[in-house]
Design a protein around this ligand. Structure first.
Ligand SMILES: [Zn+2]
Length: 378
């Protein structure tokens, strides 16, 4: 099966070059759901591009008869963030014009229209599920188009606003959205998921999931799913249980500025398995037999404790990722030249609670108050 390949123009640069996205659309012979997968929203988090490349070749080898619905792939989805450099490093997590995190900019229907969601649920309380889905999607689409039109005014809109409109216009009508990230530092593989979707989550075969129970609403995954979760809740409050079978995932695959082979393999296998489990692809051996017994340790964000340097120095003896830490025992050492006529000092920092090493900083030289590592307290 050959994909349809499209270019999406993002912005004309001062040099006259055009900044754009590449979109690969695989369209099956059978009707089905739309899956949207993107990578590299944060500049240093390149691993997802390699995952998308593997999915691209895998899907290309399938027959169109093996695919129900459509799979859209967008690698390098934030060219401005990805190309940003400071010496050898990729600091493109934040928009350099306004300092805002590239994953806190998205348009969320729910945030401006919560009152309308209640009215909608009331009005459609006894309507068939399909009608509700179709009409609500149209309502979201209309509101999205309305805010998008400011781009065409003479006063126009800032780049971040135009950029988010471009990305979201690709996935507003999808049923499943997968946004592939990694740590900016050195991290383990895990993912973010939403309530009511924990059974589907097993397909990714990842061991640790963060359940997003109180979304802020501005991240890519939240902006997609929140309006639907709110509608489900509005129906539940009126006594009708309804699940639209829409899902949004953020996969966090290992470390920044690298595409670790093991993280790539884990991500590729998980996404293939997910697509098979959702009956989007029909391929031998998938879904994998272990899917149903796969055990996920669900945690919340508060269980991830970040450690900041108590004083400036050079980190010695970092514990390896996923290793156990024990409360009150040494977690790392800090070498300090105090410049107060004293000898070099080795400062021991102990763990506050027991858990596992979840993430460690790439730069082992830290000023006081800089990020050192994170412990997942279990
Ligand atoms: Zn990220």
């Amino acid at each position: 099966m050959k994909p349809i390949i499209k270019k999406v123009n993002l912005a004309r640069l001062s040099s006259g070059d055009e900044l754009g996205l590449q979109l690969y659309q695989f369209v099956g012979n059978h009707p089905g759901e739309k899956i949207y997968i993107q990578a590299n929203l944060h500049g240093a988090e390149i691993v997802g591009n390699v995952v998308i490349n593997e999915l691209f070749h895998w899907l290309s080898q399938l027959e169109a008869d093996q695919l129900a619905g459509e799979i859209w792939l967008v690698p390098a989805c934030n060219p401005l963030g990805m190309n940003q450099r400071s010496h050898f490093f990729s600091p493109g997590r934040f928009n350099s014009y306004d300092g805002v995190d590239w994953n806190r900019i998205f348009w969320n229907y729910e945030q401006q229209h919560s009152h309308q969601i209640e009215t909608f649920a009331q009005q459609y309380l006894n309507a068939p599920r399909e009608t509700i889905y179709k009409d609500y999607l149209q309502t979201i689409q209309n509101a999205f188009d309305q805010q998008k039109q400011f781009k065409d005014y003479a006063s126009s809109v800032p780049y971040w606003c135009h950029y988010r409109n471009c990305l979201q216009s690709l996935c507003l009508d999808a049923q499943h959205v997968i946004d592939i990230h990694s740590s900016s530092n050195q991290g383990i593989n895990f993912f973010f998921g939403f309530p009511g979707r924990t059974e589907q989550a097993k397909s990714f075969l990842l061991d640790i999931g963060i359940l997003v129970e109180q979304p802020e609403g501005l991240t890519f995954d939240e902006a997609f799913i929140n309006p639907w979760l709110s509608l489900e809740k509005a129906f539940a409050n009126r006594g009708r249980s309804i699940n639209f079978d829409l899902a949004s995932w953020t996969l966090e695959l290992g470390s920044g500025m690298t595409a670790n082979q093991q993280s790539v393999a884990t991500g590729v296998q998980g996404i293939k398995n997910y697509l098979a489990q959702q009956h989007v692809v029909d391929v031998a051996k998938f879904p994998l037999a272990e899917t149903n017994h796969h055990n996920i340790t669900w945690v919340n964000k508060k269980q991830i404790k970040k450690y900041y340097a108590p004083t400036g120095g050079i980190i010695q003896s970092y514990p390896p990722l996923k290793s156990n830490v024990v409360a009150k025992e040494t977690i790392y050492q800090l070498l300090q030249f105090n410049k107060e006529s004293g000898e070099p000092e080795l400062i021991e920092v102990t763990a506050e609670e027991s858990g596992i090493i979840f993430d460690v900083g790439t730069n082992q030289a830290v000023n006081e108050g800089e990020y050192v590592l994170s412990v997942l307290e279990l």
